[in-house]
Design a protein around this ligand. Structure first.
Ligand code: SAH
Length: 248
């Protein structure tokens, strides 16, 4: 199978206005009441208590039904702050990790600039974080190396109508050059180092957030200061599935 990423856009849907993308929580509250609405609202309260401040991130996570991204048998645990299996030996990241990574990646972008900003996610998995990214950024591109999961994510996301999200099948170590440069990059799997292609595909001023390490992992925050200058800050200890090479 070719290592070259192939573009696999989601089926077209009516263009969603930016205002709608950032619609306040009320819209969710007036929707028909489901048991999951309460669980999701409690998840948001827990994220706030844990220190998540970014309103775009909180609003996006209040809108995306995380329970639909996990197996039906695990749906009742969809709003617990835990990583859950999604098949193919992979996991959906826990909500607090998703919130922290996106908050860090988006931080330098003033709210008004986010609508014009493009983010790359490496490791689509079931597509949950990709959906959140598509609600926070004007454009989101997410790459996955396992075809089975890439297709599962497409199926999970179909009903969500996120025309500004593109799913790519390919090796994320190579980034997605045809969509670069990116204003932010979020990596959802841990490698021994940050791939050069990703550093090169950052716009000047962009941030990249990635877990790095094998037995012990920590979250690395990279800022591209100038064309040839990147600044690294090492943050919390984390636990992610490994970043692999090639496609399967
Ligand atoms: N973003 C997901 C988490 C997925 S787990 C969420 O919303 O919770 C990490 C994913 O990274 C797995 O699906 C794994 O297959 C994928 N992955 C690992 N190495 C990769 C690579 N080199 N390129 C693209 N995806 C990769």
């Amino acid at each position: 199978m070719s290592d070259r990423p192939s573009w696999l856009p989601l089926p077209s849907a009516p263009v969603r206005r930016r205002a709608e993308a950032l619609a306040p929580l009320q819209r969710e509250r007036t929707a028909p009441s489901l048991a999951t609405d309460g669980a999701r609202a409690r998840m948001i309260d827990a994220l706030r208590r844990a220190g998540v401040r970014d309103l775009h991130v909180l609003e996006a996570m209040a809108q995306i039904p995380r329970h639909r991204f996990v197996d039906a048998a695990l749906a009742s645990r969809g709003y617990e702050d835990v990583a859950l299996p999604i098949g193919h030996g992979q996991t959906i990241s826990k909500p607090s990790t998703v919130a922290r990574m996106i908050e860090l990646a988006a931080e330098p972008l003033a709210p008004a600039r986010r609508a014009a900003a493009r983010v790359l996610e490496v490791g689509t998995g079931c597509g949950y974080q990709a959906a959140v990214l598509a609600r926070v950024f004007g454009e989101a591109v997410s790459v996955e190396r396992l075809r089975g999961l890439h297709e599962q994510a497409r199926a999970n996301l179909r009903a969500m109508r996120l025309p500004n999200l593109r799913l790519v099948f390919g090796d994320g170590n190579l980034g997605v050059p045809q969509a670069a440069p990116f204003d932010a990059i979020v990596v959802a799997a841990a490698g021994d180092s940050i791939p050069d292609a990703l550093l090169e595909q950052m716009r000047i001023g962009a941030r990249l957030v990635a877990p790095v390490g094998s037995v012990r992992q920590s979250l690395h925050l990279v800022e591209r200061i100038e064309r040839d200058r990147w600044q690294l800050t090492i943050l919390d200890a984390v636990r992610f599935v490994p970043l692999r090479t090639g496609t399967v």
